[in-house]
Design a protein around this ligand. Structure first.
Ligand SMILES: CC(C)(COP(=O)(O)OP(=O)(O)OC[C@H]1O[C@@H](n2cnc3c(N)ncnc32)[C@H](O)[C@@H]1OP(=O)(O)O)[C@@H](O)C(=O)NCCC(=O)NCCSC(=O)C[C@H](O)C(=O)O
Ligand SMILES: [Mg+2]
Length: 284
């Protein structure tokens, strides 16, 4: 089954208003955050609030995840144990740097009694993680999603946030290669300027063109544009149907559709487009 993850919204775990509001935001997924958006003194209360929210069953069709604090921090063990017990769809672990860490996290989730449906989402956001992305993505069947942490990457690379993201393209591509080789999903990083609709759309289009399954978001206003950008357009769906029909009625290994050569590999891509379209339509 295809899990649709066009729009995955972070929300600060200490913000009760946001936790409530999320129940009506049309995002595909939620990351209830205990890491960067929560001040140290607020972390214990936020842990309780997000675990209660995740196990409440009040977020409908949305994929609900909890982002714990990273390995080695004073909060990590308690976060992971509480999140495992709450049984969300995923536990998001920031700053995962190696396959050995993935295996340790999976073991800890199992020890803490995480239900089978709770998958591991690993964030890659350091140079070490990018070099190890292939091993990280393939380390365990429990790992379902790779999440780009582009703010941390920019920081670690001493790079700058620029339109077009040239300084990040190598890292984004290496992580994508790793996810595709391992057959797991991959989400693009966040766009920090919540008022820049044009820049956000351009970055969504770039992520979609590169092959990302969806984008992580920080503001409700980014949800609908991301849903649109990461869904096959009406034209893409019509072309997918037309291409399959043209190939099937040609009855040979090669044909043309709209003057372009098509082979079985194009049919496979068209079928994937239709599968995603159907999965989105089924969301209602
Ligand atoms: C970025 C924000 C701080 C902006 O907040 P604010 O100025 O309050 O926004 P608005 O006034 O426009 O908010 C309008 C209403 O929407 C609600 N809201 C805002 N953001 C969210 C959200 N993320 N989820 C749910 N609801 C949200 C407000 O409460 C307002 O509601 P109402 O009162 O009814 O009008 C803020 O958007 C924010 O905190 N965003 C999330 C920040 C976050 O989670 N950061 C951590 C993750 S990003 C990261 O770490 C990535 C990675 O690790 C990396 O390295 O890149
Ligand atoms: Mg980060």
């Amino acid at each position: 089954m295809t899990t649709v993850l066009r729009s995955v919204l972070y929300m600060p775990g200490a913000n009760d208003r946001a936790l409530e509001k999320a129940k009506s935001i049309p995002c595909d997924g939620l990351i209830l955050d205990l890491e960067d958006s929560v001040a140290p003194e607020a972390k214990p209360a936020a842990r309780e609030a997000v675990c209660a929210a995740a196990s409440s069953g009040e977020y409908g069709r949305r994929t609900v995840t909890i982002r714990v604090n990273s390995l080695g921090t004073e909060w990590h063990d308690a976060d992971l144990a509480a999140a495992a017990k709450a049984g969300p769809d995923g536990i998001v672990v920031p700053k995962v740097n190696s396959a050995a860490e993935v295996l340790g996290l999976v073991e800890a989730m199992e020890r803490a009694g995480a239900p089978e449906h709770t998958r591991l989402w690993a964030m890659v956001e350091t140079p070490q993680a990018i070099f190890n992305a292939r091993e990280i993505a393939a380390a365990s069947d429990r790992l379902a999603v790779i999440v780009m942490g582009t703010n941390d990457l920019v920081k670690e690379l001493y790079a700058e946030h620029v339109p077009g993201r040239a300084p990040l393209l190598t890292s984004l591509s290496m992580a994508l290669l790793a996810a595709r080789a391992a057959g797991v999903q991959i989400l693009d990083g966040v766009y920090n300027d919540v008022k820049d609709a044009e820049g956000f759309l351009a970055e969504c289009a770039q992520g979609r063109q590169m092959g990302f399954d969806g984008k992580t978001l920080i503001h409700p206003g980014q949800v609908e544009p991301a849903n649109e950008q990461f869904a096959p357009s009406a034209e893409a769906v019509e072309d997918a149907r037309g291409l399959i029909e043209a190939f099937e009625s040609a009855g040979s290994g090669v044909a043309t559709y709209k003057n372009k050569m098509i082979e079985n590999l194009h049919v496979e891509s068209a079928r994937r487009t239709l599968t995603i379209h159907d999965a989105i339509s089924a969301l209602g």
